[in-house]
Design a protein around this ligand. Structure first.
Ligand SMILES: [Zn+2]
Length: 138
């Protein structure tokens, strides 16, 4: 359906001062009936478009809600997860100082990843920067 044509037809047809000047339906037999039918088709098409968009929005909202629930569950799991730093040298649990730094080279008991740079220890010692486990020292 040619939307522009229908709108132009409506504008001209409902303005008696224009006397059909510029009406795209001027050469169409039964122009008013044709215009009315075209308006009906156009409105139905637009209703359909709106219904489809509304459905799309509902579907997207549903997916976002599911994703938010997954993220919530991941956060809860992460909060609940605890671990400790394992000494590279002897496998003992490495103590965490009051300022959060660890005493020795170590790796995470949960994900087995190593803390590498010594200057990172103070910042990350209380939580594993790789898996988020809360670290319990001794
Ligand atoms: Zn970890």
């Amino acid at each position: 359906m040619d939307r522009e044509k229908v709108i132009k037809g409506l504008e001209v047809c409902f303005d008696s001062s224009k006397e059909c000047n510029g009406c795209p339906y001027i050469a169409t037999p039964y122009c008013k009936t044709t215009l009315r039918n075209d308006v009906t088709v156009l409105l139905k098409e637009q209703e359909e478009t709106i219904r489809n968009l509304e459905q799309e929005i509902r579907d997207k909202n549903e997916r976002l809600k599911e994703r938010a629930e997954q993220v919530d569950a991941m956060l809860k799991e992460q909060k609940a997860k605890t671990g400790h730093w394992v000494s590279v040298n002897d496998g003992d649990t490495v103590a965490i100082d009051n300022d959060g730094s660890v005493e020795r080279a170590c790796y995470c008991s949960e994900c087995q990843k190593y803390l590498i740079a010594s200057d990172e220890y103070a910042v990350y010692g209380r939580y594993c920067p790789f898996c988020g486990a809360k670290m319990e020292g001794r």
